[in-house]
Design a protein around this ligand. Structure first.
Ligand SMILES: CC(=O)N[C@H]1[C@@H](OP(=O)(O)OP(=O)(O)OC[C@H]2O[C@@H](n3ccc(=O)[nH]c3=O)[C@H](O)[C@@H]2O)O[C@H](CO)[C@@H](O)[C@@H]1O
Ligand SMILES: C=C(OP(=O)(O)O)C(=O)O
Length: 467
């Protein structure tokens, strides 16, 4: 747990600079390609423990950079490649990190952070790596970062981050961003209206504003639960962030923040994916811990499909899609993704997998990312009837829902990949999914968890000859 306060000495107290392309020398190992095989159709049963949120974890880890103390995070999904990429980014800056896998805890000591240039190779792997620009600028007055990676699901510019940071005193010159604070003392409070409620830009600007001089007002910000998680962690660390969960944030800058101890919220996307797994296999499972309000949109849709959803205590849901509840031929529903509290874009691909098995025709409209339909081609290989027009898909289930048959598939992104796993659970025969490194970015022990629920799913790890 954090002890005492002490202020990091800025490396360059009067200048903030950021380069969007710098050579890096860190070596990164290429993962050995693995395969999942699923034999279906499967019926799932039992109880599943949901891990901590991947997306919250990434921004909370970035936020540890704001202080020069120790932060302790609980309920961390430590077995995700995205978490590990973020830890590599923090280590490349000089942070000391202890991971307790058994207790799902990560201790981060940022006192020894001296570098403001995170490993570019790691940064290129994940979208969340870019978030460090906010705390680095705020604490050290300087950050040198490359453009981030993340799922290939369309244009993912960083213009809102840059324009927002400019509103806090940053200036871009010749591919480098150089900020001169009006009062000569680092970032300054300002006002900024986001044209779109970007989650990452909101989180990055929130972190930057926490240590800017004066008050910052950010409007049209993201209201996602992960934004609230971050604001709670920042406030526990001594920041003054008001309004998280609404569309306006007011942030009073502080000279320094301390470390904090924080429990990461349950992963609503993992929880939603397992609810959809129960639905597509016409099964009954329970999941906990979850925060039901985070999943209200999906719960309402599944109820339309006839699923019986029962809440126990404050954090447990039972999802029953047994034929007794949904009938022999389950009906589906239309979805249009949108910023929270709208239908989560990250649940669009697994929801589409479910809809292929439902009786009738349904519209899936993706309004957050412009190319998040990569899974359609693979679902079609299983026998699903889907037509895509731009960012809208029409799913034709006919009288009984499509009959899916096992096939060889390739996951091209994280949620698209998991949609193939769900479809494989429902398909007749064996489905082989390659490219599962994408799935391992965001689903902790997916195959083991599905095995515990009764699925016939195996991970094939090729034997490599010693070098
Ligand atoms: C690591 C992380 O937390 N990832 C999540 C985060 O991604 P991420 O933070 O990247 O998602 P955003 O909310 O920023 O993106 C939403 C839309 O805004 C656009 N945009 C974004 C920034 C910008 O500067 N300019 C701009 O135009 C994007 O192109 C996209 O069309 O929120 C998404 C939307 O809920 C989720 O799918 C991701 O799982
Ligand atoms: C799109 C996602 O992640 P990222 O933003 O890290 O690419 C996701 O989690 O579905």
């Amino acid at each position: 747990m954090a002890t005492g306060l002490h202020l990091a000495k800025p490396l360059k107290p009067y200048t903030v600079s950021l380069s969007l392309s710098l050579p890096q020398t860190h070596k990164v190992q290429t993962p050995i390609p693995q395969t999942l095989t699923i034999t279906g159709p499967t019926t799932l049963s039992g109880h599943l423990t949901i891990s901590g949120s991947k997306n919250s974890t990434l921004s909370l880890l970035a936020a540890t950079l704001l202080s020069s103390n120790t932060s302790l995070l609980h309920n961390v999904p430590t077995n995700l490649t995205d978490t590990n990429a973020m830890l590599s980014i923090l280590r490349s800056l000089g942070a000391k990190i202890e991971v307790d896998v058994g207790n799902a805890q990560i201790l981060v000591n940022t006192d020894s952070v001296r570098s403001v240039e995170p490993c570019l190779e790691e940064l290129k792997k994940i979208r969340g790596g870019f978030f460090v620009i906010g705390p680095l600028l705020a604490r050290f007055g300087e950050a040198v970062v490359g453009l981030p990676g993340g799922c290939d699901i369309g244009e993912r510019p960083v213009d809102l981050y840059i324009r927002g940071l400019r509103a806090l005193g940053a200036v871009v010159e010749d591919g480098k961003m150089r900020a001169h604070a009006a009062n000569g003392r680092g970032l300054v409070g300002g006002t900024f209206h986001l044209d779109y409620p970007s989650v990452g830009a909101t989180e990055t600007l929130m972190m930057a504003a926490c240590m800017a001089d004066g008050v910052t007002v950010l409007s049209n910000v993201a209201k996602e639960p992960e934004v609230i998680d971050l604001a709670c962690f920042l406030n526990d660390s001594g920041a003054c962030v008001y309004g998280a969960g609404t569309d306006k944030l007011l942030i009073k800058g502080k000279c320094h923040l301390r470390g904090s101890e924080y429990v990461v919220s349950p992963d609503r996307i993992e929880a939603g994916t397992f609810m959809l797994a129960a639905a597509i296999t016409r099964s009954c499972i329970s999941i906990s811990p979850i925060i039901p309000s985070h999943l209200a949109c999906l719960i309402n849709k599944l109820k339309i499909a006839g699923c019986r959803i029962t809440q126990f205590n404050h954090d447990t849901l039972e999802v029953s899609a047994m034929p007794a509840n949904v009938g022999d031929h389950m009906r589906g529903f239309d979805i249009k993704t949108g910023p929270f509290p709208g239908f989560p874009t990250d649940l669009q691909p697994p929801t589409m997998a479910l809809l292929t098995t439902c009786r009738g025709s349904y519209i899936v409209e993706e309004s957050v990312f412009d190319k998040r339909m990569g899974h359609v081609r693979e679902l079609q290989k299983l026998g699903a009837e889907i037509q895509v027009c731009g960012s809208t898909a029409l799913v034709f289930g006919g009288e009984k829902g499509s009959a899916l048959y096992g096939s060889r598939l390739v996951a091209a992104d994280l949620r698209g990949g998991v949609s193939l796993v769900l479809a494989g659970l429902a398909a007749e025969g064996t489905t082989e999914i390659n490219g599962i490194a994408h799935i391992d970015r965001g689903y902790q022990n997916l195959d083991t968890k599905l095995q515990l629920l009764g699925a016939d799913i195996k991970r094939l790890i090729p034997v490599t000859s010693p070098v």
